[in-house]
Design a binder for this molecule. Structure first.
Ligand code: C2E
Ligand code: CA
Ligand code: CA
Ligand code: CA
Length: 274
């Protein structure tokens, strides 16, 4: 597309070896792409471990770039967080995913939808209004929406974050703690914040295939979360051999390439048709 800045060779000395001009150009391109409607949700099934039945989807952002093709989040989430566009991207993906899933479900049973919110949303109350507006606009049932956040969202300003989380719950939306097993992974967050769902990171889930101490830690966490009345989602279920241990531990849901990769909206609709 037009409107690209001509970028000089990286000169070094700036973040990630990028020149200031290159950085500005990437930010400009992100803003352009957002305005042009190039961001869309992909959908990855979340499946019951017990019966292998489709229960919901996680919406995962993709950038359909006119020159670069389909761009994965690792290429633009960081940039979006640094330049402040991430809040708009998150709400855009949420609204689009709500609208697409509602349409695809039609009169049939409505699967739940999980959406990712950057930690930047948890410094003030804007996101509460943002979510409420989009739930209203799309007619998506609030009790079928889950918001995923990581512990990073809680550490900087726990008091504000707590307030935001409570108000999101007041909308009827559920809360999921994402990537558990990476970062801080403090059990105190489970206890101090009103989470409904715990998502066990794939690095932890993989350990269920290995004997050893980490295996016992993962087992204990899944059991504990279950006792606390939380749903547990095992992420990164890549192989079938992980399913028996997950089932034995009473893990509610699984998500991963074994079930399905993230798919575009039309494939998601086909999955609901069957
Ligand atoms: P996440 O929230 O932990 O999402 C799961 C990631 O793991 C996805 O990568 C998914 O495609 C990948 N995955 C799923 N199953 C498997 C598996 O069996 N094996 C392996 N190796 N990977 C699997 P994706 O779509 O590239 O997203 C990466 C990250 O980008 C997400 O990690 C999330 O942190 C972030 N992200 C994605 N969409 C959004 C968004 O709309 N807003 C924000 N703020 N962040 C997003
Ligand atoms: Ca921001
Ligand atoms: Ca997630
Ligand atoms: Ca995750």
């Amino acid at each position: 597309g037009g409107g690209h800045l001509v970028v000089a060779e990286p000169t070094g000395g700036s973040v990630r070896g990028e020149s200031a001009l290159e950085w500005i150009s990437r930010e400009y391109d992100l803003e352009r792409g957002l305005a042009a409607g190039e961001f869309e949700p992909f959908f990855q099934p979340i499946v019951t471990v017990e019966r292998g039945e489709l229960a919901g989807f996680e919406a995962l952002a993709r950038w359909r770039h006119p020159e670069r093709g389909l761009v994965a989040p690792c290429e633009f989430i960081d940039l979006g967080e640094k330049c402040g566009l991430i809040r708009q991207i998150d709400l855009k993906i949420m609204a689009e995913a709500c609208a697409l899933l509602r349409k695809a479900a039609g009169d049939g049973p409505m699967p739940f939808l999980s959406v990712n919110l950057s930690s930047q949303h948890f410094t003030d109350l804007d996101v509460v209004t943002g979510l409420a507006e989009r739930l209203r606009a799309t007619g998506f049932p609030a009790d079928h929406l889950k918001v995923e956040l990581t512990e990073t969202a809680l550490v900087q300003d726990p008091v504000t974050a707590y307030d935001v989380l409570c108000r999101i719950k007041d909308l009827g939306v559920k809360l999921a703690l994402d990537d558990f097993g990476t970062g801080y992974s403090s059990l105190s967050y489970l206890h101090r914040f009103p989470f409904d769902v715990l998502k066990i990171d794939q690095s932890f889930v993989r350990e269920l295939g290995n004997p050893g101490r980490t295996h016992h830690i993962v087992e204990s966490i899944i059991t504990l979360a279950g006792r606390m009345g939380m749903e547990v989602v095992a992420e990164g279920v890549e192989t079938e051999d992980l399913i028996p241990p997950l089932r034995d531990l009473g893990c509610t849901f699984g998500q991963g390439y074994h079930y399905s990769r993230p798919v575009a909206a039309d494939r998601m609709a086909e999955m609901l048709d069957r």
